[in-house]
Design a binder for this molecule. Structure first.
Ligand code: CTP
Length: 427
């Protein structure tokens, strides 16, 4: 049953340029006698008071023809995907995904759907959850009306994730992960029947149908989303963690560590130093850090984990040892020689486990890691020595002295160097 809502107050949130573009698209559809809607994340988030820049348009008519005309009018770049009946119009700073409204039939569990043209209602019904099955009409006479066939607006207001039909998760098991992602992102709950459908599908092992690549990608998306900790706790609640590794345990301690990730990321942010790493990786390290070496290797093999990530997971095995060494470090050089072998993710993991090391790690990141000495082998040669192992040894001593603040200027480095050489001479 179709319901229409006036959402003018929400339309005001859209910036003028985007609003003008949507209106132009609506008039273009009018001229071709097509009905045009924006669907998916955009209407969902707009009802929630946020502007999503994923622009998915559907045309009741011919999507490709509409895309052609629109790109002519707007002067953007047009890509057509005939096999899917979709097109993308790319403008300078945004892109429009355009499709013809369609029905989908899934011949088997997790198979590719067979597709036919359908009405807007059918197009919305083939989607995952009621909150994602809203549309906003863009044609001039109805511009900005929220079109709601499945009470998606009510579910958004009540904070409920509700499947549109009973086969949804068998058609596409990745929707299980999408459900967890939306539930965690918006802090929503599952509607009762949907919760049962999730449990049944999971009991019937539909997740087994997904390739490891897809499975890992769904985990990654959840860890990159707004509330990775709740996402993981939902994976645990629905017994899905074991698909990633039988050894993964979600307990009170892991939950505390996962919650520490945000704290450590905020701390790092306040330091204002330049680092580059992917934040979601920290949530992953915490999630799998209880695994032993063999389990980590199996996990890495199964999911084709890249070398850098694998190294981070392996390093996490030694975290407790590193934490002890840092606590026992007597001077800056001891901190330096431990941390210089670690990646930023490794150091942050140490902090996640033991935040009392913040001073040591801050000192390293802000200062020690940039410590360089100015004297080199040239100075030693100039003093009449021929190159040999002693060069390395004394230069290392100078570096240690510099890290510990015992020498600072070039002159002091050089003086200390001469002193060291003289001591060795007299030995
Ligand atoms: N969709 C679906 N089943 C999937 C993936 C997508 O039914 N497995 C539908 C949903 O209706 C969704 C729309 O396709 O709203 C667009 O998908 P996508 O852009 O991936 O997701 P968004 O809902 O926009 O989510 P996000 O905010 O995470 O981008």
């Amino acid at each position: 049953q179709e319901k229409r809502y006036d959402i003018s107050d929400k339309l005001e949130l859209i910036d003028e340029q985007l609003l003008a573009l949507l209106k132009k698209a609506g008039r273009m559809a009018d001229s071709l006698d097509f009905d045009l809607y924006i669907v998916g994340g955009f209407p969902r988030d707009l009802v929630l008071g946020q502007v999503n820049h994923d622009l998915d348009l559907v045309v009741e008519g011919d999507g490709i023809e509409f895309a052609r005309e629109l790109s002519k009018e707007l002067g953007g770049h047009l890509d057509i995907y005939h096999e899917f009946g979709t097109a993308v119009v790319s403008l300078e700073d945004l892109k429009l995904d355009i499709a013809t409204t369609r029905v989908e039939y899934y011949p088997q569990v997790a198979s590719l759907p067979e597709v036919e043209h359908g009405s807007i209602q059918q197009d919305l019904f083939r989607r995952d959850f009621t909150i994602n099955a809203l549309a906003i009409q863009l044609n001039q006479a109805s511009f900005g009306q929220l079109v709601d066939y499945f009470s998606g607006k009510k579910d958004l207001e009540k904070g409920l994730i509700r499947l549109l039909h009973n086969f949804s998760l068998y058609d596409d098991p990745t929707r299980i992960f999408r459900g967890f992602r939306f539930a965690s992102r918006y802090d929503y709950n599952f509607e009762e029947n949907t919760e049962d459908l999730f449990k049944h599908a999971i009991e019937l092992d539909v997740i087994e149908k997904l390739s490891s690549d897809r499975l890992f990608n769904k985990l990654e998306l959840g860890l990159k989303d707004r509330n990775p900790v709740r996402f993981i706790s939902l994976l645990d609640e629905y017994n899905i963690l074991s698909y990633f590794s039988p050894g993964i345990e979600w307990n009170h301690e892991t939950e505390i560590l996962e919650n520490n990730v945000t704290k450590v990321l905020d701390w790092l942010h306040d330091l204002e130093i330049v680092t580059s790493f992917e934040e979601w990786v920290l949530y992953l390290i915490v999630l799998v850090h209880g695994l032993n070496e063999t389990e980590i290797k199996d996990f890495a093999n199964k999911f084709n984990i890249n070398k850098n990530l694998f190294d981070r997971l392996m390093t996490s095995l030694k975290a407790d040892k590193y934490i002890r060494i840092l606590h026992d470090a007597e001077d800056n050089s001891a901190i330096y020689y431990l941390l210089q072998g670690l990646a930023i993710e490794d150091m942050l993991f140490l902090l996640i486990k033991d935040f009392s090391l913040e001073e040591e790690i801050k000192l390293y990141l802000e200062k020690l890691q940039w410590t360089d000495i100015e004297v080199s082998g040239e100075e030693i040669i100039a003093l009449g020595y021929s190159p040999g192992p002693i060069f390395r040894e004394v230069l290392d001593e100078v570096r240690k002295a510099k890290l510990n603040g015992e020498v600072e200027t070039y002159e002091e480095e050089k003086e200390y160097l001469e002193q060291l050489l003289a001591e060795r001479e007299s030995e």
